[in-house]
Write a protein that binds this ligand. Structure first.
Ligand code: G4P
Length: 533
Protein backbone atom coordinates (compact mmCIF):
# COMPACT_ATOMS: atom_id res chain seq x y z
CA UNK A 1 0.00 0.00 0.00
CA UNK A 2 1.47 3.39 -0.97
CA UNK A 3 1.61 6.20 1.57
CA UNK A 4 -1.16 7.96 -0.27
CA UNK A 5 -3.40 4.90 -0.17
CA UNK A 6 -2.60 4.40 3.50
CA UNK A 7 -3.61 8.00 4.31
CA UNK A 8 -6.76 7.66 2.22
CA UNK A 9 -7.71 4.51 4.17
CA UNK A 10 -7.36 6.38 7.47
CA UNK A 11 -9.34 9.37 6.27
CA UNK A 12 -12.17 7.08 5.23
CA UNK A 13 -12.70 5.93 8.82
CA UNK A 14 -15.40 7.25 11.11
CA UNK A 15 -15.47 5.66 14.53
CA UNK A 16 -18.39 6.56 16.76
CA UNK A 17 -20.81 5.39 19.44
CA UNK A 18 -24.45 6.15 20.18
CA UNK A 19 -25.24 7.58 23.58
CA UNK A 20 -28.77 7.60 24.93
CA UNK A 21 -30.97 6.79 27.86
CA UNK A 22 -32.65 3.35 27.68
CA UNK A 23 -35.66 3.33 25.34
CA UNK A 24 -34.75 6.56 23.56
CA UNK A 25 -34.20 4.54 20.38
CA UNK A 26 -30.54 3.53 20.22
CA UNK A 27 -31.23 -0.01 19.00
CA UNK A 28 -33.69 1.21 16.39
CA UNK A 29 -31.27 3.84 15.12
CA UNK A 30 -28.42 1.30 15.02
CA UNK A 31 -30.58 -1.00 12.94
CA UNK A 32 -31.47 1.71 10.45
CA UNK A 33 -27.86 2.87 10.16
CA UNK A 34 -26.84 -0.68 9.37
CA UNK A 35 -29.54 -0.89 6.73
CA UNK A 36 -28.02 2.10 4.98
CA UNK A 37 -24.65 0.46 5.30
CA UNK A 38 -25.97 -2.64 3.59
CA UNK A 39 -25.28 -4.85 6.60
CA UNK A 40 -28.94 -5.81 6.55
CA UNK A 41 -28.59 -9.13 8.29
CA UNK A 42 -27.20 -7.30 11.31
CA UNK A 43 -30.47 -5.57 11.95
CA UNK A 44 -32.03 -8.77 13.22
CA UNK A 45 -29.01 -9.45 15.35
CA UNK A 46 -29.32 -6.13 17.11
CA UNK A 47 -32.97 -6.79 17.97
CA UNK A 48 -32.23 -10.41 18.84
CA UNK A 49 -29.73 -9.29 21.35
CA UNK A 50 -32.21 -6.99 22.95
CA UNK A 51 -34.86 -9.66 23.26
CA UNK A 52 -32.24 -11.66 25.07
CA UNK A 53 -31.21 -9.05 27.51
CA UNK A 54 -33.45 -10.19 30.33
CA UNK A 55 -31.56 -13.45 30.50
CA UNK A 56 -31.45 -14.94 33.94
CA UNK A 57 -28.34 -15.02 36.05
CA UNK A 58 -27.68 -18.59 35.00
CA UNK A 59 -24.05 -18.72 33.87
CA UNK A 60 -24.67 -20.24 30.48
CA UNK A 61 -27.39 -17.71 29.85
CA UNK A 62 -25.04 -14.88 30.70
CA UNK A 63 -22.52 -16.48 28.37
CA UNK A 64 -25.04 -16.78 25.61
CA UNK A 65 -26.15 -13.24 26.05
CA UNK A 66 -22.61 -11.95 26.13
CA UNK A 67 -21.65 -14.12 23.20
CA UNK A 68 -24.21 -12.32 21.14
CA UNK A 69 -23.16 -9.00 22.52
CA UNK A 70 -19.63 -9.60 21.27
CA UNK A 71 -20.82 -9.77 17.70
CA UNK A 72 -22.65 -6.49 18.08
CA UNK A 73 -19.96 -4.82 20.19
CA UNK A 74 -18.37 -3.40 17.08
CA UNK A 75 -20.22 -3.06 13.82
CA UNK A 76 -18.28 -2.07 10.75
CA UNK A 77 -20.04 -1.04 7.58
CA UNK A 78 -19.45 0.99 4.46
CA UNK A 79 -21.36 4.12 3.60
CA UNK A 80 -20.68 6.72 0.95
CA UNK A 81 -17.17 5.49 0.33
CA UNK A 82 -16.38 5.60 4.05
CA UNK A 83 -15.79 2.85 6.57
CA UNK A 84 -17.91 3.36 9.62
CA UNK A 85 -17.08 1.69 12.92
CA UNK A 86 -20.07 1.78 15.25
CA UNK A 87 -19.20 0.80 18.82
CA UNK A 88 -22.00 -0.40 21.05
CA UNK A 89 -22.36 1.26 24.44
CA UNK A 90 -23.96 -1.45 26.59
CA UNK A 91 -27.03 -0.11 28.37
CA UNK A 92 -29.93 -1.34 30.50
CA UNK A 93 -28.81 -4.29 32.63
CA UNK A 94 -25.51 -4.42 30.70
CA UNK A 95 -24.51 -0.96 31.88
CA UNK A 96 -20.99 -1.17 33.24
CA UNK A 97 -17.65 0.56 33.11
CA UNK A 98 -17.42 -0.76 29.54
CA UNK A 99 -20.20 1.64 28.62
CA UNK A 100 -18.00 4.52 29.66
CA UNK A 101 -14.77 3.13 28.31
CA UNK A 102 -16.16 2.53 24.83
CA UNK A 103 -16.45 6.30 24.67
CA UNK A 104 -12.70 6.63 25.15
CA UNK A 105 -12.18 4.70 21.90
CA UNK A 106 -14.36 6.77 19.55
CA UNK A 107 -13.81 10.00 17.64
CA UNK A 108 -17.44 11.13 17.69
CA UNK A 109 -20.80 10.29 19.27
CA UNK A 110 -24.43 10.44 18.21
CA UNK A 111 -26.72 11.44 21.05
CA UNK A 112 -30.30 10.17 20.77
CA UNK A 113 -32.92 12.06 22.72
CA UNK A 114 -36.51 10.88 23.12
CA UNK A 115 -38.44 14.00 22.15
CA UNK A 116 -41.22 13.18 24.62
CA UNK A 117 -38.83 12.82 27.53
CA UNK A 118 -36.03 15.26 26.83
CA UNK A 119 -32.63 14.93 28.46
CA UNK A 120 -32.53 11.88 30.76
CA UNK A 121 -30.15 10.67 33.47
CA UNK A 122 -28.01 8.20 31.53
CA UNK A 123 -27.48 10.66 28.69
CA UNK A 124 -26.16 13.19 31.18
CA UNK A 125 -23.66 10.66 32.57
CA UNK A 126 -22.48 9.52 29.15
CA UNK A 127 -22.11 13.06 27.91
CA UNK A 128 -19.90 13.85 30.88
CA UNK A 129 -17.56 11.10 29.70
CA UNK A 130 -17.57 12.51 26.14
CA UNK A 131 -16.64 15.87 27.63
CA UNK A 132 -13.41 14.46 29.05
CA UNK A 133 -12.03 14.28 25.52
CA UNK A 134 -14.21 16.99 23.95
CA UNK A 135 -15.77 14.37 21.68
CA UNK A 136 -17.86 15.93 18.90
CA UNK A 137 -21.57 15.16 19.35
CA UNK A 138 -24.29 14.91 16.71
CA UNK A 139 -27.78 15.10 18.21
CA UNK A 140 -30.76 13.14 16.91
CA UNK A 141 -34.10 14.07 18.45
CA UNK A 142 -36.24 10.98 18.00
CA UNK A 143 -39.91 9.95 18.02
CA UNK A 144 -41.38 13.04 16.37
CA UNK A 145 -44.20 10.77 15.16
CA UNK A 146 -45.47 10.93 18.76
CA UNK A 147 -46.89 13.72 20.88
CA UNK A 148 -43.66 15.22 22.15
CA UNK A 149 -42.22 18.30 23.81
CA UNK A 150 -41.99 21.56 21.93
CA UNK A 151 -38.78 21.52 19.85
CA UNK A 152 -37.72 24.93 21.15
CA UNK A 153 -38.13 23.67 24.69
CA UNK A 154 -36.04 20.58 23.86
CA UNK A 155 -33.22 22.67 22.47
CA UNK A 156 -33.31 24.86 25.57
CA UNK A 157 -33.19 21.76 27.76
CA UNK A 158 -30.13 20.36 25.98
CA UNK A 159 -28.38 23.69 26.27
CA UNK A 160 -29.27 24.17 29.96
CA UNK A 161 -28.79 20.63 31.25
CA UNK A 162 -25.95 19.44 29.05
CA UNK A 163 -24.31 22.81 28.52
CA UNK A 164 -23.97 22.03 24.86
CA UNK A 165 -24.71 24.68 22.28
CA UNK A 166 -27.32 23.36 19.82
CA UNK A 167 -27.52 24.27 16.15
CA UNK A 168 -30.58 22.84 14.42
CA UNK A 169 -29.78 21.60 10.94
CA UNK A 170 -33.34 20.41 10.40
CA UNK A 171 -36.50 21.69 12.05
CA UNK A 172 -39.66 19.62 12.56
CA UNK A 173 -43.05 20.54 11.20
CA UNK A 174 -45.74 19.30 13.53
CA UNK A 175 -45.53 16.20 15.66
CA UNK A 176 -47.46 13.04 16.39
CA UNK A 177 -50.42 12.62 14.06
CA UNK A 178 -49.64 15.92 12.39
CA UNK A 179 -45.93 15.33 11.90
CA UNK A 180 -45.35 16.56 8.35
CA UNK A 181 -41.62 16.33 8.00
CA UNK A 182 -38.54 18.39 8.63
CA UNK A 183 -37.40 21.62 7.11
CA UNK A 184 -33.72 21.44 6.24
CA UNK A 185 -32.23 24.76 7.24
CA UNK A 186 -29.03 23.81 5.52
CA UNK A 187 -30.61 23.04 2.15
CA UNK A 188 -33.64 25.33 2.50
CA UNK A 189 -36.13 22.62 1.67
CA UNK A 190 -38.89 20.64 3.27
CA UNK A 191 -38.53 16.88 3.41
CA UNK A 192 -41.98 15.33 3.68
CA UNK A 193 -42.56 12.66 6.26
CA UNK A 194 -43.78 9.26 5.18
CA UNK A 195 -44.42 6.73 7.91
CA UNK A 196 -43.40 3.13 8.09
CA UNK A 197 -40.86 2.99 5.29
CA UNK A 198 -38.10 0.53 5.88
CA UNK A 199 -35.66 2.05 3.49
CA UNK A 200 -36.08 5.45 1.97
CA UNK A 201 -33.08 7.20 0.56
CA UNK A 202 -33.04 10.94 0.32
CA UNK A 203 -33.79 10.75 -3.37
CA UNK A 204 -36.93 8.75 -2.71
CA UNK A 205 -38.30 11.29 -0.24
CA UNK A 206 -40.45 14.09 -1.50
CA UNK A 207 -39.01 17.55 -1.00
CA UNK A 208 -40.25 21.11 -1.53
CA UNK A 209 -37.71 23.92 -1.80
CA UNK A 210 -37.86 27.30 -0.04
CA UNK A 211 -39.45 28.22 3.27
CA UNK A 212 -41.66 30.82 1.56
CA UNK A 213 -42.78 28.49 -1.20
CA UNK A 214 -46.61 28.86 -1.55
CA UNK A 215 -46.78 25.13 -2.18
CA UNK A 216 -46.06 24.68 1.52
CA UNK A 217 -48.99 26.95 2.52
CA UNK A 218 -51.28 25.03 0.24
CA UNK A 219 -50.22 21.76 1.81
CA UNK A 220 -49.96 22.85 5.44
CA UNK A 221 -51.99 26.01 5.95
CA UNK A 222 -52.27 25.42 9.70
CA UNK A 223 -48.63 24.69 10.40
CA UNK A 224 -46.69 27.03 8.15
CA UNK A 225 -47.12 30.32 10.06
CA UNK A 226 -45.80 28.65 13.21
CA UNK A 227 -42.98 26.94 11.33
CA UNK A 228 -41.84 30.23 9.79
CA UNK A 229 -42.00 31.95 13.16
CA UNK A 230 -39.97 29.29 14.92
CA UNK A 231 -37.42 29.02 12.10
CA UNK A 232 -36.98 32.78 12.24
CA UNK A 233 -36.68 32.62 16.00
CA UNK A 234 -34.06 29.88 16.07
CA UNK A 235 -32.11 31.38 13.21
CA UNK A 236 -31.98 34.62 15.13
CA UNK A 237 -31.24 32.98 18.46
CA UNK A 238 -28.69 30.35 17.52
CA UNK A 239 -25.22 30.75 16.13
CA UNK A 240 -24.59 29.36 12.67
CA UNK A 241 -23.09 25.90 12.55
CA UNK A 242 -19.33 26.01 13.02
CA UNK A 243 -17.33 22.93 12.08
CA UNK A 244 -14.53 24.12 14.33
CA UNK A 245 -16.79 24.39 17.38
CA UNK A 246 -18.37 21.03 16.60
CA UNK A 247 -14.96 19.39 16.40
CA UNK A 248 -14.01 21.01 19.70
CA UNK A 249 -17.09 19.42 21.31
CA UNK A 250 -18.66 22.83 22.00
CA UNK A 251 -21.49 22.83 19.50
CA UNK A 252 -23.83 20.06 18.38
CA UNK A 253 -25.70 19.91 15.07
CA UNK A 254 -29.28 18.81 15.78
CA UNK A 255 -31.49 16.64 13.57
CA UNK A 256 -35.13 15.73 14.15
CA UNK A 257 -36.77 12.53 12.98
CA UNK A 258 -38.28 9.18 13.74
CA UNK A 259 -35.92 6.25 13.93
CA UNK A 260 -38.56 3.57 13.70
CA UNK A 261 -39.92 5.17 10.52
CA UNK A 262 -36.43 5.61 9.15
CA UNK A 263 -37.01 9.32 8.86
CA UNK A 264 -34.08 11.66 9.42
CA UNK A 265 -31.64 8.80 9.93
CA UNK A 266 -29.72 9.36 6.73
CA UNK A 267 -29.15 12.98 7.76
CA UNK A 268 -27.24 11.68 10.77
CA UNK A 269 -25.15 9.35 8.66
CA UNK A 270 -24.39 12.10 6.16
CA UNK A 271 -23.35 14.42 8.99
CA UNK A 272 -21.04 11.73 10.34
CA UNK A 273 -19.34 11.36 7.00
CA UNK A 274 -19.19 15.07 6.23
CA UNK A 275 -18.41 16.56 9.62
CA UNK A 276 -17.28 13.96 12.13
CA UNK A 277 -13.51 13.70 12.33
CA UNK A 278 -11.38 10.98 10.78
CA UNK A 279 -9.25 9.15 13.37
CA UNK A 280 -7.64 11.72 15.62
CA UNK A 281 -4.15 11.92 17.11
CA UNK A 282 -3.98 10.31 20.56
CA UNK A 283 -2.01 11.37 23.61
CA UNK A 284 0.45 9.09 25.37
CA UNK A 285 2.35 9.89 28.54
CA UNK A 286 5.32 10.92 26.44
CA UNK A 287 4.02 12.33 23.15
CA UNK A 288 1.10 12.53 20.76
CA UNK A 289 0.70 9.74 18.22
CA UNK A 290 -0.58 10.65 14.79
CA UNK A 291 -2.78 8.10 12.97
CA UNK A 292 -0.61 8.42 9.88
CA UNK A 293 2.54 7.19 11.64
CA UNK A 294 3.76 3.99 10.05
CA UNK A 295 4.52 1.97 13.21
CA UNK A 296 1.49 0.21 14.60
CA UNK A 297 0.08 1.27 17.99
CA UNK A 298 -3.14 1.28 19.97
CA UNK A 299 -4.80 0.45 23.28
CA UNK A 300 -7.21 -1.98 24.91
CA UNK A 301 -10.48 -0.39 26.03
CA UNK A 302 -12.62 -3.41 26.83
CA UNK A 303 -12.19 -7.07 27.75
CA UNK A 304 -14.78 -9.71 27.07
CA UNK A 305 -13.91 -12.76 29.15
CA UNK A 306 -14.86 -16.38 29.15
CA UNK A 307 -16.31 -16.73 25.74
CA UNK A 308 -15.84 -20.41 26.26
CA UNK A 309 -16.24 -21.42 29.91
CA UNK A 310 -13.80 -24.33 29.48
CA UNK A 311 -10.94 -21.99 28.64
CA UNK A 312 -9.67 -18.84 30.18
CA UNK A 313 -9.70 -17.14 26.84
CA UNK A 314 -10.83 -13.61 26.47
CA UNK A 315 -11.09 -11.01 23.78
CA UNK A 316 -9.41 -7.68 24.24
CA UNK A 317 -11.06 -4.92 22.19
CA UNK A 318 -8.27 -2.83 20.81
CA UNK A 319 -8.43 0.55 19.11
CA UNK A 320 -5.79 1.00 16.44
CA UNK A 321 -4.22 4.47 16.80
CA UNK A 322 -1.50 4.35 14.14
CA UNK A 323 0.10 2.10 11.55
CA UNK A 324 -1.48 -1.05 10.15
CA UNK A 325 -2.43 -4.30 11.75
CA UNK A 326 -1.41 -7.38 9.82
CA UNK A 327 -2.06 -10.96 10.85
CA UNK A 328 0.74 -12.65 12.73
CA UNK A 329 2.59 -9.45 13.49
CA UNK A 330 4.76 -9.17 16.57
CA UNK A 331 3.96 -6.33 18.91
CA UNK A 332 5.48 -4.87 22.06
CA UNK A 333 3.37 -5.11 25.22
CA UNK A 334 4.51 -1.92 26.91
CA UNK A 335 3.18 -2.64 30.44
CA UNK A 336 4.85 -6.03 30.57
CA UNK A 337 7.91 -4.86 28.63
CA UNK A 338 7.96 -7.86 26.31
CA UNK A 339 7.02 -8.90 22.80
CA UNK A 340 3.77 -10.62 21.99
CA UNK A 341 2.57 -12.29 18.82
CA UNK A 342 -0.78 -11.16 17.56
CA UNK A 343 -1.92 -14.12 15.58
CA UNK A 344 -5.63 -14.15 15.38
CA UNK A 345 -7.25 -10.77 15.72
CA UNK A 346 -10.92 -10.56 14.88
CA UNK A 347 -13.33 -8.09 13.54
CA UNK A 348 -17.05 -8.42 13.80
CA UNK A 349 -18.47 -7.64 10.42
CA UNK A 350 -22.05 -8.74 10.03
CA UNK A 351 -22.90 -11.63 12.34
CA UNK A 352 -19.82 -13.70 11.88
CA UNK A 353 -16.46 -13.38 13.45
CA UNK A 354 -14.27 -12.79 10.45
CA UNK A 355 -10.53 -13.08 10.49
CA UNK A 356 -9.17 -9.58 10.19
CA UNK A 357 -6.60 -9.12 7.50
CA UNK A 358 -5.98 -5.42 7.62
CA UNK A 359 -6.81 -2.59 9.99
CA UNK A 360 -5.72 1.03 10.28
CA UNK A 361 -6.27 3.85 12.77
CA UNK A 362 -9.89 4.10 13.87
CA UNK A 363 -10.55 0.38 13.42
CA UNK A 364 -11.25 -1.93 16.32
CA UNK A 365 -9.77 -5.39 16.44
CA UNK A 366 -10.47 -8.20 18.88
CA UNK A 367 -7.37 -9.94 20.23
CA UNK A 368 -7.65 -13.37 21.80
CA UNK A 369 -5.53 -13.73 24.92
CA UNK A 370 -5.40 -15.61 28.18
CA UNK A 371 -5.34 -12.68 30.54
CA UNK A 372 -2.13 -10.96 29.44
CA UNK A 373 -4.06 -7.94 28.22
CA UNK A 374 -5.72 -5.53 30.62
CA UNK A 375 -7.89 -2.52 29.98
CA UNK A 376 -5.66 0.47 29.27
CA UNK A 377 -2.77 -1.62 27.91
CA UNK A 378 -0.80 -0.23 25.00
CA UNK A 379 0.71 -2.33 22.19
CA UNK A 380 3.30 -0.83 19.85
CA UNK A 381 5.93 -1.93 17.36
CA UNK A 382 8.69 -1.38 19.89
CA UNK A 383 8.25 2.12 21.27
CA UNK A 384 7.86 2.37 25.03
CA UNK A 385 4.77 4.45 25.52
CA UNK A 386 1.35 4.33 27.10
CA UNK A 387 -1.86 5.89 25.79
CA UNK A 388 -3.66 8.11 28.28
CA UNK A 389 -7.36 8.71 28.68
CA UNK A 390 -8.58 5.23 29.58
CA UNK A 391 -9.70 5.86 33.13
CA UNK A 392 -11.34 4.02 35.96
CA UNK A 393 -14.59 5.71 36.86
CA UNK A 394 -15.74 6.30 40.43
CA UNK A 395 -18.04 3.37 41.23
CA UNK A 396 -21.59 4.04 42.25
CA UNK A 397 -22.47 0.61 43.63
CA UNK A 398 -20.60 -1.30 46.29
CA UNK A 399 -20.57 -4.78 47.76
CA UNK A 400 -18.35 -6.24 50.43
CA UNK A 401 -16.94 -9.65 49.56
CA UNK A 402 -15.72 -12.50 51.75
CA UNK A 403 -15.20 -16.18 50.97
CA UNK A 404 -17.86 -18.71 52.01
CA UNK A 405 -15.04 -20.99 53.03
CA UNK A 406 -12.63 -18.96 55.20
CA UNK A 407 -9.72 -21.14 53.99
CA UNK A 408 -10.23 -19.73 50.51
CA UNK A 409 -9.42 -16.14 51.48
CA UNK A 410 -6.17 -16.27 49.50
CA UNK A 411 -7.88 -17.50 46.32
CA UNK A 412 -10.50 -14.81 46.65
CA UNK A 413 -7.84 -12.16 47.05
CA UNK A 414 -5.86 -13.46 44.07
CA UNK A 415 -8.96 -13.73 41.87
CA UNK A 416 -10.15 -10.26 42.74
CA UNK A 417 -6.69 -8.77 42.33
CA UNK A 418 -6.53 -10.21 38.78
CA UNK A 419 -10.08 -9.25 37.87
CA UNK A 420 -9.45 -5.79 39.28
CA UNK A 421 -6.26 -5.39 37.25
CA UNK A 422 -8.02 -6.61 34.14
CA UNK A 423 -10.65 -3.91 34.65
CA UNK A 424 -13.71 -6.13 35.18
CA UNK A 425 -14.51 -4.54 38.53
CA UNK A 426 -12.88 -2.25 41.03
CA UNK A 427 -11.47 -3.81 44.14
CA UNK A 428 -10.71 -1.85 47.29
CA UNK A 429 -9.04 -3.15 50.42
CA UNK A 430 -9.85 -1.43 53.72
CA UNK A 431 -7.64 -0.88 56.77
CA UNK A 432 -8.43 -4.30 58.24
CA UNK A 433 -8.08 -6.22 55.00
CA UNK A 434 -11.79 -6.10 54.30
CA UNK A 435 -12.58 -6.26 50.59
CA UNK A 436 -15.02 -3.99 48.84
CA UNK A 437 -16.11 -4.26 45.21
CA UNK A 438 -17.13 -1.19 43.26
CA UNK A 439 -19.03 -1.05 39.98
CA UNK A 440 -21.09 1.30 37.88
CA UNK A 441 -23.57 -1.41 36.82
CA UNK A 442 -25.01 -4.47 38.59
CA UNK A 443 -24.02 -6.85 35.80
CA UNK A 444 -20.38 -6.33 36.81
CA UNK A 445 -21.03 -7.96 40.23
CA UNK A 446 -22.82 -10.83 38.58
CA UNK A 447 -20.05 -11.49 36.08
CA UNK A 448 -17.34 -11.25 38.72
CA UNK A 449 -19.18 -13.69 41.00
CA UNK A 450 -19.50 -16.14 38.10
CA UNK A 451 -15.89 -15.77 37.05
CA UNK A 452 -14.61 -16.22 40.61
CA UNK A 453 -16.62 -19.41 40.85
CA UNK A 454 -15.55 -20.87 37.47
CA UNK A 455 -12.02 -19.53 37.03
CA UNK A 456 -10.81 -19.36 40.63
CA UNK A 457 -13.10 -21.96 42.22
CA UNK A 458 -14.13 -19.70 45.03
CA UNK A 459 -17.65 -18.89 46.16
CA UNK A 460 -18.02 -15.63 47.94
CA UNK A 461 -20.64 -13.91 50.01
CA UNK A 462 -21.52 -10.45 48.77
CA UNK A 463 -23.21 -7.96 51.03
CA UNK A 464 -24.40 -4.43 50.67
CA UNK A 465 -22.42 -1.72 52.41
CA UNK A 466 -22.87 1.86 53.55
CA UNK A 467 -20.57 3.15 50.79
CA UNK A 468 -22.24 5.15 48.06
CA UNK A 469 -19.37 6.64 46.09
CA UNK A 470 -15.57 6.71 45.97
CA UNK A 471 -12.88 9.24 45.11
CA UNK A 472 -9.17 8.78 44.48
CA UNK A 473 -7.05 10.95 46.72
CA UNK A 474 -4.01 13.11 46.23
CA UNK A 475 -2.25 14.90 49.09
CA UNK A 476 -0.14 18.06 49.00
CA UNK A 477 2.37 16.64 51.50
CA UNK A 478 3.08 13.71 53.81
CA UNK A 479 1.83 15.49 56.92
CA UNK A 480 -1.61 16.19 55.42
CA UNK A 481 -1.79 12.57 54.33
CA UNK A 482 -1.01 11.35 57.85
CA UNK A 483 -3.55 13.71 59.40
CA UNK A 484 -6.18 12.63 56.91
CA UNK A 485 -5.46 8.96 57.56
CA UNK A 486 -5.74 9.47 61.29
CA UNK A 487 -9.12 11.11 61.00
CA UNK A 488 -10.59 9.24 58.04
CA UNK A 489 -8.85 5.85 58.27
CA UNK A 490 -12.02 3.76 58.48
CA UNK A 491 -13.36 5.45 55.36
CA UNK A 492 -10.21 4.81 53.36
CA UNK A 493 -9.05 1.92 51.22
CA UNK A 494 -6.50 1.11 48.52
CA UNK A 495 -7.28 0.02 44.96
CA UNK A 496 -5.52 -2.84 43.12
CA UNK A 497 -2.68 -0.52 42.15
CA UNK A 498 -2.16 0.67 45.71
CA UNK A 499 -3.76 4.09 45.29
CA UNK A 500 -5.60 5.63 48.20
CA UNK A 501 -9.35 6.01 47.90
CA UNK A 502 -11.96 7.74 50.02
CA UNK A 503 -15.20 5.79 50.43
CA UNK A 504 -18.07 8.18 51.08
CA UNK A 505 -21.41 7.18 52.58
CA UNK A 506 -23.24 9.85 50.57
CA UNK A 507 -22.59 12.81 48.32
CA UNK A 508 -23.27 14.98 51.35
CA UNK A 509 -20.62 13.12 53.33
CA UNK A 510 -18.20 13.53 50.42
CA UNK A 511 -18.86 17.24 50.12
CA UNK A 512 -18.44 17.79 53.85
CA UNK A 513 -15.10 15.96 53.85
CA UNK A 514 -13.94 17.88 50.78
CA UNK A 515 -14.80 21.15 52.49
CA UNK A 516 -12.97 20.07 55.58
CA UNK A 517 -9.83 19.15 53.64
CA UNK A 518 -9.45 21.88 51.03
CA UNK A 519 -5.85 20.99 50.18
CA UNK A 520 -6.64 17.32 49.46
CA UNK A 521 -7.73 16.57 45.89
CA UNK A 522 -10.59 14.12 45.29
CA UNK A 523 -10.65 12.58 41.80
CA UNK A 524 -13.77 11.02 40.24
CA UNK A 525 -11.67 9.18 37.63
CA UNK A 526 -8.24 7.64 37.62
CA UNK A 527 -6.00 6.65 34.74
CA UNK A 528 -5.77 2.86 34.46
CA UNK A 529 -2.04 2.75 33.97
CA UNK A 530 0.64 5.12 34.96
CA UNK A 531 3.57 6.19 32.88
CA UNK A 532 5.71 3.42 31.40
CA UNK A 533 9.35 3.80 32.45
P1 G4P B 1 -33.01 1.70 23.16
O1 G4P B 1 -32.14 0.81 22.35
O2 G4P B 1 -32.49 3.11 23.25
O3 G4P B 1 -33.36 1.16 24.50
O4 G4P B 1 -34.42 1.88 22.40
P2 G4P B 1 -35.10 1.06 21.23
O5 G4P B 1 -34.48 1.35 19.94
O6 G4P B 1 -35.28 -0.35 21.62
O7 G4P B 1 -36.49 1.79 21.26
C1 G4P B 1 -37.34 1.78 22.41
C2 G4P B 1 -38.78 1.79 21.97
O8 G4P B 1 -39.05 2.97 21.23
C3 G4P B 1 -39.12 0.63 21.04
O9 G4P B 1 -40.47 0.28 21.27
C4 G4P B 1 -39.02 1.28 19.67
O10 G4P B 1 -39.80 0.62 18.68
C5 G4P B 1 -39.56 2.65 19.96
N1 G4P B 1 -39.11 3.66 18.99
C6 G4P B 1 -37.85 3.87 18.51
N2 G4P B 1 -37.85 4.89 17.64
C7 G4P B 1 -39.11 5.34 17.58
C8 G4P B 1 -39.74 6.39 16.84
O11 G4P B 1 -39.15 7.11 16.06
N3 G4P B 1 -41.10 6.54 17.06
C9 G4P B 1 -41.81 5.75 17.91
N4 G4P B 1 -43.10 5.99 18.02
N5 G4P B 1 -41.24 4.76 18.59
C10 G4P B 1 -39.91 4.56 18.45
P3 G4P B 1 -40.86 -0.99 22.12
O12 G4P B 1 -42.34 -1.04 22.11
O13 G4P B 1 -40.17 -0.96 23.43
O14 G4P B 1 -40.21 -2.16 21.31
P4 G4P B 1 -40.70 -2.81 19.96
O15 G4P B 1 -41.70 -3.81 20.41
O16 G4P B 1 -41.27 -1.73 19.11
O17 G4P B 1 -39.47 -3.40 19.40
Amino acid sequence: MSTQEFLAEINKRRTFAIISHPDAGKTTLTEKLLLFGGAIQMAGAVRGRKANRHATSDWMEVEKQRGISVTSSVMQFEYDDHIINLLDTPGHEDFSEDTYRVLTAVDAAVMVIDAAKGVEAQTIKLLEVCRMRNTPIITFINKLDREVKDPLELMGEIEDVLKLQCVPITWPIGMGKTFRGVFSLKDDKLVRYQAGQDRLTEEELETISGLNNPELDALYPMEMPYVRDSVELIQGATEPFSLEKFLAGQQSPVFFGSGVNNFGVQDVLDALVAWAPAPQPRATYTREVDPSEKPFSGFVFKIQANMDPRHRDRIAFFRVCSGRYQPGMKVFHTREGRDMKMGNALTFMAQDRVLMTDAVAGDIIGIYNHGQLHIGDTLTEGEKMGFTGIPNFAPEMFRSARPKDPFKAKQLQKGLQELGEEGAIQVFTGEFGNIMLGAVGFLQFEIVAQRLATEYKVDAIYESTDVSTARWLSFPDEQTKKDFEREQGPRMATDVNGNLVYLATSIYNLETTMKHWPTVTFFATREMHQQID
